[in-house]
Design a protein around this ligand. Sequence first.
Ligand code: FE
Length: 426
Amino acid sequence: MARIIGGIGASHSPTIGFAKDTGKQNDPAWQPIFEGFAVLRDWVRDQKIDVLYMIYNDHITSFFFDHYSAFAMGIDDRYAPADEGGGPRNVPAARGHLGLAQHIGAALVADEFDMSFFQGKPVDHGFLSPLSMLGDDTGPWAGAVVPLQVGVLQLPVPSPSRMWKLGRSLRKAIESYPEDLRVAIFATGGLSHQVHGERAGFVNEAWDAEFLDLLEKTPQKLAEMRIADFAVKGGMEGAEVIMWLIMRGALSDQVKLVHKQSYAPSVTNIATLIFEDQGPAPDAAVTEAYRRHIGYQLDGAETLRGTYPFTLARSHENYRINDFLHRLIEPAHRARFVAEFDALADDYGLSDEERDLIRDRKWIEMIRRGVSFFVLEKMAAVLGVSNPEVYAAFRGETLEQFLATRKVPITYSVAGGDKAQEMDRA
Ligand code: FE
């Protein structure tokens, strides 16, 4: 059974990654940063942590305002460094724990958190600055991660109380995962800072000290505060520390503070902190009941004949082929798809099996494998094939046989404009 060993809190300022990459370990101005993170690194190693649940916010790098979500969990097996404008950092990709991510995702949705899920996205300094400090001279930290990206940069954002509640569910989610894993919850961000407007450079070390004390002893008080209260006391961007409430909410009431440090050399108070969880082991019957709760909505759906529920696992396993077909919404991609399929498939690294499935229009085989119907209908539109022809193929029928089962024998597709006219005449 997975266990929560403790919680870590650390700032995720780009300063930290910059200090590491430019070798400032022995520079007195930067040394306190390295000292704080060395304690985290040693604790993670000594406690034999297998997985870090990384809570961070992206800084409008991989998550833009075209689709901004509150709680986005990574369901990938690898997280590469993002290019934030000056080229990506020269650090290895982090390894994702697929099974735990899928389990936590299902659990949080079962607890009525409207999660979003991401894959194929690089991670920026919010994630990498602190994580890259956990490696030692022999290389990066060798464990796995599950990231939770919290959208705190476009208002409105979820309340501090919502962060706390998500933490409570996160505890149950992790404790009900059957594999023996030692997990730590790593909250990043803050402390006080503001980086925009005339108030840029605002730091409030007295509030930061009070915040860390409340987080340890009476975190509920922080959960009752408003976003505006956090902005007044710690700066508008400093309000991202509400993410630390997810970490604290995931710990039991009995925590032991084993490390706390802060250092404010420039525009952010850079903190590092560790709580060890001293709560009792979860009750087996309660854990078992929670597992049933996670599965409740979908139990039985997998036995429906001719039905293939599109789960996080199927989505991950088939991401490359779904991505390849999804891009048919781009005119240049679909022009190459028609004119030079093999060259395009080479560029996307499709396997021979994936190419055959697409080239031979193996509609039902693609569905069985985990290709989404909604990218197949795009492929059909590009090829001039109607939706009813695809349904007929799924069922092993001719178009005429399928249409005979409908009230009205019409054909259509998702093609628009001239293409739609062309298909209508055909
Ligand atoms: Fe931040």
